[in-house]
Design a protein around this ligand. Sequence first.
Ligand code: SF4
Ligand code: SF4
Length: 374
Amino acid sequence: MEYRALGRTGLRASRLGFGSMRLPTITIGSTDYIDFDRAVEVLHAAFRMGINYVDCGFLYVSEQAEIAVGRAVNAWHSPDDIIITDKATKFRLERQGDLRRMLEHQLQRLERDWLHFYLFHGIGWDNFWELDTQTGWIRDMFRAQEEGLVRHVGFSFHDEPQAMIDLINLGWAELVTCQYNYLDRRNEAAIRYAASKDVAVVVMGPVGGGRLSVLPKGVAERTGWSAQSAAELALRFVASNPGVDVMLSGMNSVEMVAQNVAAVEKGPLAPAQVQEIAALMDYYGRLAKLYCTGCQYCLPCPQNVNIPRVFELFNYLTVYGLEEYARYEYTRLMAKGQDASQCIECETCLERCPQSIPIPSRLKEAHAALRAGA
Ligand code: SF4
Ligand code: SF4
């Protein structure tokens, strides 16, 4: 396993990190709860294979992931060698002092006195400041760091790439966690910027949240990769970016850990393959954008149809050839009542679309294609 220096922190982390949001579960009623014995077994297998970076979150797996991670790390022969990152989630912070209360609760769940990293969770530029006005979370974060509850501070990120650069320019972040995979390379320049400022970069979603566990059409022909190696290709593509330090994978079995470790240990792809895949994805991206840019100007729809998401899934199906993913995600959209069949052709959205897409008829087309064979 390759280890990388995490920016200016003095810590070294394994190239593959363990995301704790998919630890093994049991289902009671309609809710999934952690299967603690299996979770500890999988985490210990990961540690034995060289993984020393674990990413946690307050809400993960019915709020039990931190308990499982704490049990696994504390039972490991050298717990302080395992780097734990946890996050203050904006979804549960409402009042002044909530970050501090959340952190103390997380430390109790983990049965620890301190964390290697504590992150502002899933922030963008605007909500970072808005939540600070509401809760004072910046003050609380740095007080926790002064008191030694938190060694290093950073953020995980969901916004436009420029916002990531602006947040880094505030100067305090030692680590950033962001999306990056070969379908979504929007953060490429911001990742380069983070690396140039000695800020560690941890990538979530290297396999595109499951989208890239199958190969988009054309990739096998151009690269010679087989469908069985789709996840490996996705991981090694991300590993080819020199600005990326750690790739997170949410793993729920020992076999999956072994497969991912084996993939990452093969190292980055050859530069020519990286270029080939990037060029193909750029081409698909241009095709998809000819159709719907995802600008969301058509929303809200009185029937709650998530128009850009329907068209995005239609693109995954028809442009990228990611059939299984597109159809699965569409059934989830149907379950939320946001799918194309809800459209009553009121035409409210038509004049708002800068692409002049005939939205109601295209929605019908998308629905038929995404439901074909269902
Ligand atoms: S035409 Fe359909 S998608 Fe557009 S606003 Fe009306 S109900 Fe929504
Ligand atoms: S306004 Fe048009 S281009 Fe923008 S998201 Fe809606 S359908 Fe797509």
